[in-house]
Design a protein around this ligand. Structure first.
Ligand code: NAD
Length: 390
């Protein structure tokens, strides 16, 4: 089977789906690999590194799609809502497509993709199990987002992060507060601590307390309890408005005491809850920084503007999106590892093995034969149950 690696086309996207060091295992398993010229260039992987490992370079994008059996991408149509549509005409029935597809996004886009007939797998639907951990792209990209957000916040803050005792006086450490201690939040805490800041975090899932503490962060307990805070997959669940009202009230004082606030609170398929109001921003010291990692999902701060950095009431509010794309070398390396493990899982004896008894395959399979076949997505779109997929 031929794997095609197209160049990413989302404006500013520098990642690539497979890196040269992922090729030997795939070639050993019998795959052939074609890349679009320059596919890894922006991530620090020029074409010759791929050809030295045994890949071929396709003459153009159309030729790449025409010859490929499996296409691996970072941002496919769906998650690429700017120009991803251009790829629709290149996809056909029989193609396998793997990447970020935003499966709980726009119904029109999902149905448009399904109509191409492509067999697609969405990396966002990967189950959060030990078995699937090495294939979990949300986790690998989340960790990068948490790390990078802290670096950008540190660079933006007019203060230093570590405590310093010098002949010119003593500098107190910066205080960093993380809201939402999932994968990104935990990495933000670890990074802030490494830079010498005093880090604390809050999450409505009580299970996250120990994880925060194990990284040397202080867990902020609020006298409020979420109902079924965590679903079966480990994700936070949506709460009612009275819960969010109370959260905002209780978080006000904590936010005001910190120099940097990193927010990551999201609920799959829903708009992110607003946890920082304009009043709370006003209460922060001038020069403080909010990095809203939930910006793409509507933002955790009322003032966040998606994709922009703004200053309001003396506070810098960063709504940057595609944060993992800002570390393209390692983001591509980690993503390629996730994908190659998945590819090896998906193919048996040189053939696609759609074993629907396998949880990883069943849960990530998104569209097939012109239909959305994923049960979770069908429920999300209020479509009737699928007719015997398998
Ligand atoms: P996420 O990106 O979906 O959400 C980020 C965090 O925001 C979550 O911890 C969530 O509880 C929190 N949140 C949502 N609404 C909130 C609110 N109103 N107030 C406070 N916090 C709020 O989360 P994630 O990074 O995908 O991780 C979710 C869970 O899955 C974590 O427990 C993580 O450890 C677990 N996980 C397990 C595996 C595995 O076992 N393979 C892999 C990845 C993640």
């Amino acid at each position: 089977m031929i794997i095609g690696v197209p160049k990413e086309i989302y404006p500013g996207e520098r990642r690539v789906a497979l890196v040269p060091m992922a090729l030997p295992n795939l070639l050993k398993a019998g795959f052939e690999i074609n890349i679009e010229a320059g596919a890894g260039e922006q991530a620090g992987y020029p074409d010759h590194l791929y050809t030295e490992k045994g890949a071929k370079v396709a003459s153009d994008r159309k030729a790449l799609f025409d010859t490929a059996d499996i296409l691996v991408q970072v941002l496919c149509y769906g998650s690429n809502d700017v120009n991803g549509e251009e790829d629709l005409k290149l996809l056909r029935r029989g193609h396998v497509l793997i990447g970020f597809l935003r499966p709980l996004g726009s119904a029109d886009v999902i149905l448009q993709l399904a109509k191409t007939g492509v067999t697609s797998f969405s990396v966002e639907l990967m189950p959060r199990t030990t078995r699937a951990q090495s294939m979990d792209a949300l986790s690998s990209m989340g960790a990068i987002c948490g790390y990078k957000a802290v670096l950008i916040a540190a660079d933006t803050l007019p203060r230093m992060f570590p405590m310093m005792t010098t002949a010119a006086g003593t500098i107190t450490p910066a205080r960093v507060f993380v809201i939402g201690a999932g994968v990104a939040g935990l990495q933000a805490i670890a990074t802030a601590r490494r830079l010498g800041a005093v880090a604390s975090a809050y999450d409505m899932r009580p299970a996250s307390k120990e994880q925060v503490q194990s990284l040397g962060g202080r867990f902020i307990e609020l006298p409020i309890e979420a109902k079924n805070a965590q679903d079966a997959r480990g994700y936070g669940t949506q709460q009612d408005e009275s819960f969010y009202d109370r959260q905002r009230e209780l978080l006000g004082r904590v936010v005001a005491e910190n120099d940097v606030v990193i927010t990551t609170a999201v609920i799959p398929g829903k708009k992110a809850p607003v946890l920082i109001t304009e009043e709370m921003v006003k209460s922060m010291a001038p020069g403080s920084v909010i990095f809203d990692l939930a910006a793409e999902r509507g933002g955790n701060c009322e003032l966040t503007r998606m994709g922009e950095t703004i200053i309001r009431h003396g506070v810098t509010i960063i709504g940057r999106i595609n944060v993992a794309g800002g570390v393209p070398y390692h983001a591509s390396q980690m993503y390629a590892r996730n994908l190659s493990t998945f590819l090896l899982h998906l193919v048996k004896d040189g053939k696609l093995n759609l074993n629907m008894q396998d949880e990883i395959i069943r849960e990530t399979l998104f569209t097939r034969d012109g239909e959305v076949v994923n049960q979770r997505v069908r429920e999300f779109l209020s479509l009737p149950a699928p007719v015997a997929a398998g």
